[in-house]
Design a protein around this ligand. Structure first.
Ligand SMILES: Cc1cc2nc3c(=O)[nH]c(=O)nc-3n(C[C@H](O)[C@H](O)[C@H](O)COP(=O)(O)O)c2cc1C
Length: 368
């Protein structure tokens, strides 16, 4: 199907596939057939992470299921967990179109959505209605929380409250909060990487946790472009707050034409960001650096989630050996198709066995 599907505009294709996924999730027999086709299960890759059970380590990264339409179907196509969002406190229609472009030979997607979503309360209400109707989440549900893309959230105190509001709204529903401090396509850039601002945000989020007394962990999502000094300072701040995990990494904002296939170097927009194989080297660099610090005990024992350029079991395995307990993807699924999750899971089980591991947890960080 790929040659035909890739003739259509990427955002249109995404919307059509989201609709098909949403409809399929409502029909039991379709889900059963999908499970038969797509799901690979094996104890060697199932694990308990911070009290949540994952049948496999491969999740859908934040940004694909923006308005949480796919919670009923992703388990049936082989995902181990689903990160909805980014969700922001207020709804936002997104940046001007076009905001997606495929770079097929580079195996990357150019993204300039700008945090389009229905807003926290509306997304929560849709999910609540679904649960009230007797449906369940089949796989762990994560939420990617960002600040509303508007000029008001360029103000630090306003932005902290904006993040906090979304966390409050979803505190009765999700398993993990991914705090997205690295969205590159928003008003005011990426302010929460700076130490004083990150300190203010994490203090605000600690307060929400105390006020509402929920137990779900906060994971922080990092940019792939952080220097070692910036990472040291971020980890030092996280150590003082209730952060339990790190998602490494977001999209790449910097444009380096040498990373693009030679036939795709002309016309790459200066704004927007790139995913897939383009971001993989930087994601891996940050992952390896942070993984090493965690392993050496130079910071808290964070759960690490590896994301960026995963297309195969070997790609996922490399991130696990660099310290990731879980991995996520979007671009790999778009380019390779919905069977890729089970291929990765089956391949991971084989790679682990080949290397003499009895369980995935034994391989986490072995290359550091
Ligand atoms: C279409 C698209 C939309 C995205 N939107 C978000 C988002 O809203 N929040 C976020 O944290 N990351 C977002 N990302 C980044 C992904 O979650 C992921 O970090 C990045 O794409 C690298 O993974 P990949 O190479 O498997 O795509 C988006 C990526 C894509 C391709």
């Amino acid at each position: 199907m790929k040659p035909v599907v890739f003739k259509f505009d990427p955002e249109f294709t995404h919307d059509v596939f989201t609709w098909i996924g949403e409809m399929s999730g409502r029909i039991g027999i379709v889900k059963w057939a999908m499970r038969k086709l797509f799901v690979y299960e094996n104890e060697i890759i199932s694990q308990d992470v911070l009290g949540v059970k994952y049948k496999n380590p491969v999740g859908l990264a934040g940004g694909f299921d923006k308005d949480a339409k796919l919670t009923q179907v992703l388990g049936s196509v082989g995902f181990g967990f689903n990160e909805i969002g980014a969700v922001t406190a207020k709804a936002y229609g997104g940046n001007a179109k076009p905001r997606l472009k495929r770079y097929i030979k580079t195996k990357s997607i150019w993204v300039n959505y700008g945090l389009k979503n229905k807003g926290a309360k509306a997304v929560h209400e849709d999910l609540k209605k679904m649960l009230d109707a007797g449906r369940k989440f089949e796989i762990p549900l994560w939420i990617n929380v960002a600040k509303t893309n508007c000029s008001a959230t360029a103000d630090q105190a306003y932005a902290v409250e904006d993040y906090s509001e979304t966390v409050r709204v979803f505190s009765d529903m999700v398993d993990v909060f991914v705090i997205n401090i690295s969205c590159p396509n928003t008003f005011g850039g990426q302010p929460f990487h700076k130490p004083e601002q990150l300190e203010a945000l994490l203090s605000g989020l600690d307060k929400v946790k105390t006020e509402t007394s929920f137990k779900q962990p906060y994971f922080l999502k990092l940019s792939p472009e952080l220097s070692e000094a910036a990472l040291d300072s971020i980890l030092k701040i996280c150590d003082q707050h209730q952060v339990d995990g790190l998602v490494i990494s977001n999209l790449s904002k910097k444009k380096n034409m040498e990373r693009m296939h030679e036939s795709e170097r002309v016309g790459v927009p200066e704004h927007g960001s790139l995913s897939g194989k383009y971001v993989e080297p930087d994601s891996d660099r940050v992952l390896e650096y942070v993984g090493r610090k965690v392993k050496k005990g130079e910071c808290k024992k964070y759960v690490i989630v590896g994301v960026g350029g995963i297309f195969t079991a070997e790609d996922a395995y490399k991130k696990i050996r660099f310290g990731a307990s879980l991995v996520e993807l979007i671009t790999g699924m778009i380019f390779e198709g919905p069977q890729v999750m089970s291929e990765i899971n089956e391949g991971l089980a084989e790679l682990l066995k080949k290397d003499g591991f009895k369980h995935i947890s034994e391989a986490v960080g072995v290359d550091l």
